[in-house]
Write a protein of this length. Structure first.
Length: 212
């Protein structure tokens, strides 16, 4: 069963592949937007993570006819009243400029004491099935999963792994380390996205057994 991951981020693809492998799910071939014909993307103008993830799965199903998984995620900083939130990827004004986003966040928290630097990651993963596949499989057309990962914001970037705000985020389970300094396997176990993706394993397992 081919499943589209509606992203060009190969690290997200590897993350889901590791989750599938860890759960012993076979028979799922993951594709990214790099593997399908280009199609026009609807602007991500949703008010929350669920809205934005659904925009991406709607596009994927409509243009490719494939089961589509999309993640929308971000970081919520206590001192900033939950921001950047859904604006995390474009916090500095340019979408996907991790370095600029991290610099801006550090500047905004420069005078914030350690005890007020709490934050958490949020990931919402949506899996949408084309109507005909859902009907044939006796499944829902949509599955929504949400995961959170709590920690604090460091005062400088640390580590070379991960992406986004990982060099600044210190998980509660690994105090003193950034999430860019822990192994991919440990990150899958702890992370917001790992927790959300794990909730999609049961429907993915069912899809893996279908011959459509």
């Amino acid at each position: 069963m081919k499943v589209l991951v509606a992203s060009r981020n190969l690290k997200k693809l590897k993350e889901l592949n590791r989750v599938l492998e860890s759960a012993g799910v076979q028979g799922i071939e993951l594709l990214t937007l790099r593997d399908v014909e280009d199609y026009p993307a609807t602007p991500e103008t949703g008010r929350d993570f669920v809205d934005n993830a659904r925009i991406k799965t709607d596009d994927g199903v409509r243009h490719t006819g494939l089961v589509t998984i999309a993640d929308d995620s971000g970081i919520a900083v206590d001192e900033l009243r939950g921001m950047p939130g859904v604006l995390s990827a474009r916090w500095s004004g340019t979408h996907g400029d991790d370095a600029a986003n991290n610099r801006l966040l550090l500047d905004q928290l420069s005078d914030t004491p350690d005890e007020r630097r709490g934050a958490h990651y949020v990931s919402v993963c949506v899996m949408q099935l084309p109507e005909e596949i859902a009907t044939a499989a006796g499944m829902e057309t949509e599955y929504v999963a949400e995961g959170h990962w709590h920690g604090t914001i460091l005062r400088e970037e640390r580590g070379e792994g991960g992406f986004g705000y990982d060099p600044l985020f210190s998980p509660a389970e690994e105090p003193g380390k950034s999430s860019a300094e822990i192994s991919p396997q440990r990150k899958d176990e702890l992370s917001h996205r790992g927790k959300a993706l794990a909730q999609l394993i049961p429907p993915l397992r069912k899809l893996s057994t279908l011959e459509l």
